[in-house]
Design a binder for this molecule. Structure first.
Ligand code: MG
Length: 362
């Protein structure tokens, strides 16, 4: 790999909950095992063993359907406290290699090992060592994908499951992505997949034949992202620790205020400070909150959910201005504050579109 490229590893445990159960219960080993739901309930499959997958059973499938597909499958209740403990062990193994560990769920994480803690240079060897350590500590297998960005590392980790290790170098990346079914790209969920499939687009190479203009026409801003993804372009950083959930700023006035224009110009100043902090952390927000404390110390907050993720002072200001307009102010104001909540990574439009798509699905 070129030295200026990042080294990203995606670690993903194999059939995590089911593997923990098979580890802890000899009698489940080698059997179709389903964690979550029960044969005649309305619940869904959380995870199932590889033996169960051979019957076509998969996560999120209704338990009753899983039971029809494989009547002798064993159903067990999830033991979340056990999975959480195992997850802590896995994450601490990862963190021994780099500070840049971004957990995606209990059994999945991105690592940026460009600057490895012990100076190991090969992403492949680092991934192999992590897999080995996970096995020694937990008795469970993980699959790993190694590449120069999150997108490719994640698709790669899924390529040779279970117990896989897939390395995609920049030279191999385009051919690899060309062969990937589009549903495996971040941000392409069921709805988008169907829409594209009607256009004869099934794989990365099909998708790459669409021009940027066509993609934007079909999917607006998401089209832009698809255009990059299918070419292996994904600058999203690995973000360690979940980001702080809100950013806020407030001002108490020397002299209580009763002029709306004065309040608005104070709010613009606050919005500018918040924009700076959002930018510094590369995040956007989904909820804007206005706080008003009156001269009599009575305090109110008003909040709004934004249509699009906000970061700019102007956008934040527009929202708080309309919130302020809805407040009946009959006494002087001593404090104004703005908080932006529901933060998400600004470089991660994919996460946003995944969420958006799920909302339309349900
Ligand atoms: Mg997994």
């Amino acid at each position: 790999m070129e030295s200026n490229l990042r080294k990203i590893i995606h670690i993903d445990m194999d059939a995590f909950y089911a593997s923990v159960e098979q580890r802890d219960h000899v009698e489940y080993r080698g059997k179709p095992l389903i964690v979550g739901g029960s044969p005649h309930s309305r619940g869904v499959v959380a995870t199932c063993s590889y033996e169960a997958r051979r019957y076509g059973i998969h996560s999120a499938m209704p338990a009753s359907m899983a039971h029809r597909l494989c009547p002798h499958a064993i159903f067990v209740k999830p033991r979340m406290d056990v999975y959480r403990q195992v997850s802590r062990d896995i994450m601490s193994i990862c963190k021994a290699h780099t500070d840049l560990v971004e957990p995606l769920s209990l059994d999945e994480a991105f690592l940026d090992v460009t600057h490895h803690r012990r100076g190991m240079a090969s992403g492949t060897l680092i991934a192999r060592e992590i897999k080995q350590q996970i096995y020694e500590v937990t008795g469970l297998t993980a699959s790993a994908g190694v590449s120069y960005n999150k997108l490719i590392a994640k698709i790669a980790s899924d390529d040779h499951k279970p117990n896989g290790l897939t390395v995609i170098t920049p030279e191999k990346a385009q051919a690899f992505l060309d062969a990937v079914p589009i549903g495996r790209f971040f941000g392409i969920g069921k709805v988008t997949e169907q829409k594209l499939s009607l256009l004869g687009v099934h794989t990365g190479s099909d998708l790459r034949r669409l021009s940027r203009e066509q993609l934007i026409q079909l999917f607006s801003d998401r089209g832009r992202v698809f255009y990059d993804l299918v070419r292996g372009i994904d600058p999203r950083p690995v973000l360690p620790n979940r980001i702080r959930q809100s950013i806020g700023k407030e001002t108490t006035f020397q002299v209580d205020m009763d002029d709306i224009d004065d309040m608005l110009s104070q709010l613009m100043l606050l919005a500018q400070t918040i924009e700076q902090q959002l930018r510094n952390r590369s995040v956007t927000g989904r909820v804007v909150v206005l706080k008003i404390k009156f001269a009599n110390f009575q305090q109110i907050t008003r909040r709004t959910t934004t249509h699009i993720p906000v970061q700019s002072a102007q956008d934040i200001y527009d929202y708080v201005q309309s919130l302020l307009n809805q407040v009946y102010i009959d006494t002087k104001v001593r404090l104004l504050g703005i908080t932006v909540q529901k933060l998400e990574s600004a470089q991660d439009p994919l996460v946003q579109m995944e969420t958006g798509e799920q909302l339309t699905l349900f």
